[in-house]
Design a protein around this ligand. Structure first.
Ligand SMILES: Cc1cc2nc3c(=O)[nH]c(=O)nc-3n(C[C@H](O)[C@H](O)[C@H](O)COP(=O)(O)O)c2cc1C
Length: 369
């Protein structure tokens, strides 16, 4: 079974339709205004394909790419690095995110993404809190301490992208003592960006504490025309709708919860249409979904590397299911496709139905092992 069969069925009586408008990112219509967040190491083509099969996400995003590293694209025109896997050919709208602190590097890569890859949106990362990006490369959230440099970067990339909308993603600041989001948002607006996503934490928090949605709403009030998308701690379709409708925002973005529930966008979209929330896929359907995802990963990376890459996705899928801890302990140590399939068959939390994969399914993974 593919995810297209893993449809989700209605569970509740229909609810009133919330008053929500599509989000316009320049000429790109994001409908519904519910965005799949960029997540390094996760939101590759295979994951995006799974999200797309369920539906409901108005805009999908790649993992972030390093603009400095990506300049090799200029001399290797025919090749696709792993982080641009699928980008040329997959459906739109699609945003590609990049990071660096050098306006010229970012402009050069942005131009290439807009012209040659024809991406819908070029997104700039000013939120990453990871040391390699901040302390070592003075990029990501490091730049929040310098709003005018952020503005300069956005201006150069907007010029270079020549009509392809440029967006940015920020946190509230570098630290509690350096909450610069309002000033940064104003510089980003002046520089001609088409949308801004705000994750409601400062970088020093990483993922601790709770996202501050009041502070995100304050950023929205501080700009005049720049659409603002809120992000942080959305853990259900209901929360997504509440966040979207109660804070005066133009959109919401979902990250971590979508790794366990890539169908969260479809559920949110249903609620926004005033329809009942579809039920989660059954455990058997979720089992099939993991194998479908595994198949997509192995087709790109081969069965051996695909198996290692799939371990973390399998762990995410099991999150919250009964028996998840034991499953995670086992699946995070598998080394071969045979071991992966065996752990899935014996320990993925489900009721024990049959599937095309468990019935001699090894041959179906990665185009045949
Ligand atoms: C594993 C992981 C990787 C991430 N990679 C990126 C990234 O490449 N670019 C980015 O802007 N944010 C990245 N983020 C941050 C998310 O996009 C999002 O802002 C954050 O997780 C908060 O949203 P959530 O509470 O819905 O998870 C990453 C988060 C996680 C957990």
């Amino acid at each position: 079974m593919s995810t297209s069969n893993a449809t989700i069925s209605p569970t509740q009586a229909s609810t009133p339709r919330p008053a929500v408008r599509p989000l316009a990112i320049g000429p790109v219509v994001v409908d519904p205004p519910v965005l799949q967040a960029p997540m390094a190491g996760y939101t590759n083509y295979a994951f995006r394909q799974v999200v797309r099969e369920f539906g409901g996400a108005g805009l999908l995003a790649t993992e972030m790419i390093a603009a400095r590293g990506a300049r090799w694209l200029e001399t290797h025109r025919g090749e696709n690095p792993d982080r641009l896997w699928g980008v040329r050919d997959e459906p739109r709208p699609l945003a590609v995110q990049m990071w660096d602190n050098d306006p010229e590097n970012l402009a050069a890569v942005g131009r290439r993404l807009a012209r040659d890859f024809r991406v819908s949106v070029v997104d700039l990362n000013f939120g990453c809190p990871v040391r390699q990006v901040t302390v070592k490369a003075h990029s990501g959230s490091w730049l929040l301490r310098d709003p005018s440099r952020v503005g300069e970067i956005v201006r150069r990339v907007v010029e270079a992208c020549d009509g392809t909308p440029v967006t940015a993603k920020i946190r509230l600041g570098c630290a509690e003592t350096c909450r610069t989001a309002v000033e940064v948002a104003q510089r980003i607006e002046e520089a001609g960006a088409s949308c801004l996503t705000v994750h409601g934490r400062v970088a020093a928090q990483f993922f601790s504490g709770r996202a501050d949605w009041e502070a995100i709403a304050a950023v929205k009030r501080s700009v005049s025309r720049l659409p603002i998308v809120g992000n942080g701690d959305i853990d259900s379709a209901e929360t997504a709708v509440e966040r979207l409708t109660s804070h005066g925002l133009d959109g919401v973005m979902i990250a971590r919860e979508s790794l366990a529930k890539p169908w969260i966008f479809a559920q949110t979209a249903a609620l926004l249409r005033g329809e009942p929330k579809p039920a989660d896929p059954t455990p058997d359907e979720q089992y099939e979904l993991v194998l479908h995802h595994y198949d997509l990963v192995c087709r790109r990376f081969g069965a051996e590397r695909g198996t290692l890459l799939m371990r973390k996705f399998a762990c995410s899928y099991a999150q919250g299911l009964p028996g998840a801890r034991e499953f995670r302990g086992l699946v995070s140590r598998v080394l071969s496709p045979a071991e992966f399939i065996e752990v899935m068959r014996t320990h993925f939390p489900r009721s024990g139905g049959t599937s095309k994969f468990s019935q001699g399914g090894l041959s179906k993974i990665g185009g045949g092992l």
